[in-house]
Design a protein around this ligand. Structure first.
Ligand code: NDP
Length: 444
């Protein structure tokens, strides 16, 4: 009756997985995209960001090497080389994503898709019919209103800078702010971070926030709290003059705004169907990702629940299973581990101390230490670990790590915590020595 069983708008992490899995379950699937294959994560998010983080960390590796007997080494950093190699890797991944869709028998349309009515989607001059529609259009950076805000860039542009600036200001205090402030500092840029509140990373555990603040200061990042930009003026030579609401000023060469992302619902034909949205545009869905129109679904960042790639992917798997495999699967949002790739990086899972205190009587275990490699290298960078335990059941409610490889460590801690591990389960696990991770099973 219809051309397709499922039409997916947007081929980011969630859209590609939903299209691929649904096709594997036997559905006739089409996708459309007018930007890049793989969405934010692959093109202007997780993947290039991680490559930049690797690049920016090298100078510390060189510094550290001296303490281990290697002669002084400080090779020149070449931004165009990094950019070229990063772009080549992203292009490779774009092809991989296209191959995944082709391999699954999905028909892909290059172009902007607009919903015409409940069962029709138009892409350029082509209109197709479909039983179900899945909106997976992701999010888009938000830039606050202030005079001169046309002089800023967002993370979308930060990945394609033709030149590395000499000085940069990052506005915001979330994931992207601390990650990019670290990338800039590591690459030798005079790095400033301006956050409107008293301490950044508002949704994270308070000890983590304080510890990260101390560590970022050691990396020569200039951190300005209670700081709000009121205007930016661009001089003839390109210098940006920043004015803050308290009257202070700063000169810089680049301003990166990282003040959150909003659902990307602009110009997709939502006005033609009765899909309910929240005030910020987020599409409202039920536990099966169904919108207020029964055959239209949405998942990932466009629903503005948990803006993380692995969450969009897991949602897509649940959606495909329920709709096309005949096995109802719901997304479990509990115990989602996450990492922030500031330097040192954060790995976190479960409740913060403040959240846990609302419902539990808790015991806190925490430690701060210098990793072995830093001791001999004469570096002051420390590692922080914290575990929050329910006093009654002894279950671990939250685990928060800051230090080299915390992002890697938290994945495995998350498995144990998801399984309901108690503090004593960690304690009776024999340590792996000498590692930073062994602290997790010896906390007291
Ligand atoms: P976040 O939501 O993490 O942080 C936004 C920051 O901007 C907050 O500090 C917020 O302050 C501040 N802010 C919001 N509005 C304004 C305003 N009008 N003026 C000044 N400051 C403002 O957003 P990001 O842009 O950093 O990242 C978007 C999302 O992408 C993240 O939430 C995360 O889910 C995802 N992401 C994940 C990564 C990872 O997994 N490693 C990496 C990068 C992004 P306040 O706290 O006071 O509200």
């Amino acid at each position: 009756m219809y051309d397709y069983d499922l039409f997916v708008i947007g081929v980011g992490s969630g859209g590609v997985r939903a299209a691929r899995m649904s096709a594997q379950y036997g559905a006739r699937v089409a996708t459309a995209e007018d930007r890049y294959m793989g969405g934010t994560c692959v093109n202007v998010g997780c993947v290039p960001k991680k490559l930049f983080v690797y690049a920016s960390h090298f100078h510390e590796e060189y510094d550290q090497a001296e303490g281990f007997g290697w002669g002084e080494a400080s090779p020149e950093f070449d931004w165009p080389t990094l950019l070229r190699n990063k772009n080549a890797e992203i292009e490779r991944l774009n092809d991989v994503y296209r191959g995944l869709l082709d391999g699954a028998g999905v028909t892909h349309y290059d172009g902007r898709a607009r919903i015409v009515d409940e069962h029709h989607v138009a892409i350029n001059d082509t209109t197709v019919s479909t039983d179900k529609i899945l909106i997976a259009t992701g999010g888009w950076p938000v830039v606050p209103e202030f005079p001169g805000n046309e002089n800023v860039i967002t993370s979308n542009e930060a990945f394609f800078l033709e030149e590395l600036p000499r000085r940069a200001l990052v506005i915001g205090g979330g994931y992207i702010a601390v990650e990019f402030a670290g990338i800039f500092a590591g690459l030798g840029v005079e790095s400033h971070l301006s956050y409107r509140g008293p301490l950044f990373l508002r949704h994270f555990d308070d000890d983590v926030r304080t510890f990260v603040h101390e560590e970022l200061l050691k990396k020569d990042i200039n951190i300005h709290f209670e700081s709000v930009v009121s205007a930016i003026t661009k001089a003839g030579d390109g210098t940006l003059d920043i004015e803050f609401t308290d009257g202070s000023r700063l000169e810089t060469d680049l301003v990166l705004v990282t003040t959150g992302r909003k659902p990307n619902v602009h110009d997709i034909g939502l006005e033609n169907v009765a899909v309910d949205c929240r005030e910020n545009g987020a599409i409202i869905v039920d536990e099966e990702f169904r919108t207020s129109v029964p055959n239209i679904f949405a998942l990932g960042d466009v629903t503005d629940r948990v803006q993380l790639t692995p969450v969009a992917i897991a949602e897509a798997m649940a959606f495909s299973s329920t709709q096309f495999k005949g096995v109802r699967k719901l997304m479990d949002y509990d115990g989602i581990a996450t990492a922030v790739f500031c330097q040192p990086n954060i790995g976190t899972v479960g409740l913060t101390e403040a959240q846990a205190l609302l419902d539990y009587s808790i015991k806190i275990y925490k430690t701060t230490f210098k990793p072995l490699s830093n001791v001999i290298a004469g570096r002051t960078e420390a590692t922080f670990m914290k575990m929050i335990v329910d006093e009654e059941t002894r279950k671990v409610l939250g685990c928060h790590l800051v230090g080299p490889n915390s992002a890697e460590l938290i994945q495995l801690a998350a498995v144990a915590i998801k399984m309901g591990a108690r503090k004593e389960d960690f304690d009776k696990t024999c340590a792996v020595h000498p590692t930073a991770a062994e602290e997790l099973v010896t906390l007291n």
